[in-house]
Design a protein around this ligand. Structure first.
Ligand code: FES
Ligand code: FES
Length: 214
């Protein structure tokens, strides 16, 4: 009895102390730094940016958070460049910037002031296809076609990388002249996913343009 009485008392005591400390912390004003940090930011911050797309200069006023992909598709209406994952995982948004391929969903438009950007629309036209576009048609390098603009932009840049002697993860000998082996081709195109699985035809198309058999 005495033992259980002592236990009851101590449990009550704990509840009172706990409630008091909770109340005290609820009454305490939040530090002002946290309030500032999470305050609504209000209007988007706009800025001007100018770059060349497919040989034409464009000056845009954009929310600074706009990706290059959204600037191309939503502001310039160049919808050939596709949005797949929007997370840098599929390669559908690949474009060529100053001669190098990049995922346009992973870069902000405002970072490209003065840059020269080539999209699938700038590589060739329906009656004057770029050799890589023609090879994709010839070898059936697509099914639904959603990944195709990114595949073609990537493939064009891959051949330039080989020509420039830029090594990849699978390059064995850094001193030997670089060749587009099957391993090089597959490694360099591994960032471009094709859900239709047209990989063997894509490899044939690229190989033909590179001047070798797949
Ligand atoms: Fe850019 Fe998938 S949309 S990598
Ligand atoms: Fe359909 Fe590649 S052709 S995803």
């Amino acid at each position: 009895m005495q033992i259980s009485g002592r236990l009851e008392l101590s449990r009550r005591h704990l509840l009172i102390v706990g409630a008091a400390s909770l109340g005290a912390s609820a009454m305490r004003p939040a530090p002002s730094v946290a309030a500032d940090q999470y305050a609504p930011t209000g209007a988007p911050m706009m800025t001007r940016v100018s770059f060349d797309v497919n040989g034409k200069t464009h000056a845009l006023e954009l929310d600074t958070r706009t990706t290059l992909l959204d600037a191309l598709r939503e502001h310039l209406h160049l919808t050939g460049t596709k949005k797949g994952c929007d997370h840098g995982q599929c390669g559908a948004c690949t474009v060529i910037v100053d001669g190098r391929r990049i995922n346009s969903c992973l870069t902000l438009a405002v970072m490209h002031e003065g840059d020269e950007i080539t999209t699938i629309e700038g590589l060739g036209k329906p009656d004057t296809l770029h050799p890589m576009q023609a090879a994709f048609v010839k070898h059936d390098g697509y099914q639904c076609g959603y990944c195709t603009p990114g595949q073609i932009c990537s493939a064009v840049a891959v051949l330039d990388e080989i020509k420039a002697g830029i090594p990849s993860h699978v390059t064995d000998d850094l001193n030997a002249p670089l060749r587009l082996t099957n391993a090089e081709l597959r490694e360099r195109m591994s960032g471009n996913i094709c859900r239709c699985g047209a990989y063997s035809n894509i490899a044939e198309a690229i190989s033909e343009v590179a001047g070798r058999s797949a």
